[in-house]
Write a protein that binds this ligand. Structure first.
Ligand code: AMP
Ligand code: ZN
Length: 476
């Protein structure tokens, strides 16, 4: 049984999809007025873990992530630079896709952009229906949602509705919980802002309506899971529910999953606060993308991640424990009959890994099961009692859960991770290569050079012998 914490009920609930075997998932994507920062990646990697886990459990997942390319922030940014929205947002969209691939997050099935195709038309249709049904009203060329008309307003975010002043309204796409008011669905034309001529008049959409329109376009009026960071709960997701349910008359989303923030020095990392790191800043410090992914993955999604250099170093150490074992296992050559205890340990790890994730994506429990396997296999290896066949079974198990779920352990694993083992490994390769050359087996010698190159090691034949260095560094 799979269980998730549903923000709507405030409880951990059994997950039952609308259609057996299929999951329809919508995750709020980037507002592309700047480059993504590592806090955004906390949210996207949590969503990637969720999606990979659902696929691992056999579900066919349809994933939609919107790209907000028209809102208060993108309009302001483009105007400041005297650029079109399209030109202004393009580099940020490209950076988002590139970093997604570097961090090994699976691409969504659809990335609708607000300004693309007839998406604005879809938003206008919802607004029109809200006007017709009396949930929305016009004021000075804009259209607002009347929250008083929607009795369950506030159910998701548990806001204090007593604070609201009936009829008070705001135009800002984002606002704080203490100013609960009617919000803009459609904004009247303003000097310097893009304008669409539509059935409900000229203007441009508010931020919230974009997600209501684009989710339903691909996933239907009611779908299974909607995600984002906790900052999205109010007002964004609260408003999405109000608009969609008022317009469609059916439940919008069954499960709302929100991840907690990644913080720096006790504050949420955010573009507007300027306290942010980009992925490239961290890679420039010498960390591998897989180490960053491991760090982002390994804290339960409903807990805050305090982003520090120590946390990165800790992620590296933990990940290397697994990788160093894998390296040793690859070099076991002795033939011993398979030990039932090893098969048993793998099965226990497999079950613990799956049951941890089934329990509201409890990654700590899932990883604990993996580390327990590492510990017990290390003991057998150090006694010299692990044979080649068992070694391969452990490798296959780790590769399987990594390929399907974790996606940060084995991808670049040909060489050992820590410096001392690496030194010994390279020396041994160089020696084998020298022997091959001495025996005129140049094909084998070349193979070894290529294998080292794949692991990022460059050989230099000098008159004083063979020297090596990591590709792209000066060290030898
Ligand atoms: P934005 O580009 O600001 O619309 O944010 C895109 C996604 O990143 C949303 O799901 C946000 O909730 C999430 N997000 C933004 N900042 C953080 C942070 N510091 N920690 C975790 N998630 C965040
Ligand atoms: Zn959204």
């Amino acid at each position: 049984m799979i269980r998730f914490h549903n923000t709507l009920s405030g409880k951990v609930e059994e997950f039952v999809p609308i259609e057996p075997g299929r999951v329809k998932l919508y995750t709020c994507g980037p507002t592309v007025y700047d480059y993504p920062h590592i806090g955004n990646w906390r949210a996207y990697i949590f969503e990637d873990l969720l999606k990979r886990f659902l696929r691992f459990r056999g579900f066919d997942v349809t994933h939609v992530m919107n790209i907000t390319d028209v809102d208060d922030k993108t309009i302001k940014g483009a105007a400041a630079k005297g650029m079109s929205l399209e030109d202004y947002t393009r580099p940020y969209i490209e950076a988002f896709y590139a970093e997604r691939d570097i961090l090994n997050a699976l691409p969504a099935d659809h990335y609708p952009r607000a300004t693309e195709g007839d998406n604005i038309q879809g938003m206008v249709a919802i607004i029109k229906s809200l006007l017709d049904k009396g949930y929305a009203y016009r004021k000075d060329g804009s259209v607002y949602f009347a929250i008083d008309k929607f009795p369950s307003y506030g159910r998701l975010s548990k806001i204090n509705l007593e604070d609201r002043r009936p009829g008070s309204r705001g135009d800002a796409d984002d606002y704080e919980k203490d100013s609960v008011h009617d919000f803009a669905l459609w904004k009247a034309p303003k000097k310097g802002e893009p304008v669409w001529e539509t059935e409900i008049g000229p203007g441009r959409p508010g931020w919230h309506i974009e997600c209501s329109a684009m989710s339903s376009r691909f996933l239907g009026l009611t779908f299974d899971i909607h995600c984002g960071g906790v900052d999205n709960i109010f007002p964004h997701h609260e408003n999405e529910i109000a608009q969609s349910e008022a317009a469609n008359g059916v439940k919008f989303v069954n499960y709302w999953l929100h991840c907690h923030h990644l913080i720096v020095d006790g504050e949420k990392m955010s573009k507007s606060k300027g306290n942010f790191y980009r992925l490239s800043d961290i890679l420039a410090k010498g960390y591998a993308p897989e180490e960053v992914r491991f760090l982002l993955l390994s804290t339960h999604y409903r807990k805050m991640i305090n982003f520090t250099e120590e946390a990165l170093a800790q992620a590296r150490t933990s990940r290397n424990r697994i990788r160093n074992l894998l390296f040793e296992l690859r070099h076991i050559e002795r033939d011993l009959p398979p030990a039932p205890a090893v098969a048993q340990a793998i099965e226990t790890a497999r079950a613990g890994f799956a049951s941890g994730l089934e329990d509201d994506l409890n990654i700590s429990e899932a990883l604990a099961a993996l580390f327990e396997l590492v510990r017990s296999v290390n003991t057998v290896v150090s006694r010299g009692e692990l044979g080649r066949e068992d070694a391969q079974s452990v490798i296959d198990f780790v590769a399987d859960i990594d390929d399907k779920v974790l996606a940060c352990l084995t991808r670049d694993a040909p060489a050992p991770a820590d410096a001392d083992t690496l030194e010994a490994w390279v020396r041994e390769k160089i020696e084998t290569r020298q022997k091959a050359r001495a025996g005129k087996d140049f094909r084998r010698a070349d193979e070894i050079r290529r294998e080292l190159l794949e692991a990022g090691i460059v050989l230099e034949d000098t008159k004083d012998g063979v020297r090596w260095k990591k590709a792209g560094t000066a060290k030898s």
